[in-house]
Structure formats: C-alpha cells, structure tokens
Write a protein that binds this ligand. Sequence first.
Ligand code: FES
Length: 96
Amino acid sequence: MPQPSTASPEPSDDAAPEGGATITPYRDGPLIVRGDFRLVDQDGAEIDPGRGTIALCRCGKSGIKPFCDGSHKRAGFSAPSAPSRPRPAAQLRQED
Ligand code: FES
C-alpha cells in the first residue's frame, strides 16, 4: 500500500508564512494585520512594515498608503467589521 508523503510542499511566493497572520477589519477603520506576515507590492517587492502589527488603509484617504494614518476619522469613513452580506461566490455555493 502506498504511504503518504511526509515531505512538505515547497512554499510558493503567495504562501502565508508559517504561523500565518490574522487580518481584522476594524469598524469604520483600517485592516489590522497581526502575526507572521510579509507585506509586498504588486510586483513582489518587500514593503518594510516597520513593526509587527500594522494598520492598512481601506478608506483610500491615507497619505501613507498602504498604511493607515488616521485620515479615515476626518473623512467620516464608515464600514462594518463583519461582512454586511455574503460575497457573490458564497451565494452561488449556497445555491448548489
Ligand atoms: S483606514 Fe485609516 S486612513 Fe484609511
């Protein structure tokens, strides 16, 4: 009987670092990223996060994108923490 491989798959560039990260959308605020993560631009170049826990802008008003600089408060940005409705793909799965 064939035995399952014990070799770990090679990590890809898209793979989450071991231990992973937690991303929390804060109500009316940024995305807080905690844990073991890499921050890269769309070309794969490393972005120095400068600290272990970071806030990523999701309001579009920050002057230091991709990081939050608090501008969401002055802009009156409003968004829930949890999704207000399922994503379209999730709706399709429910209909199966
Ligand atoms: S979420 Fe804070 S500046 Fe955009």
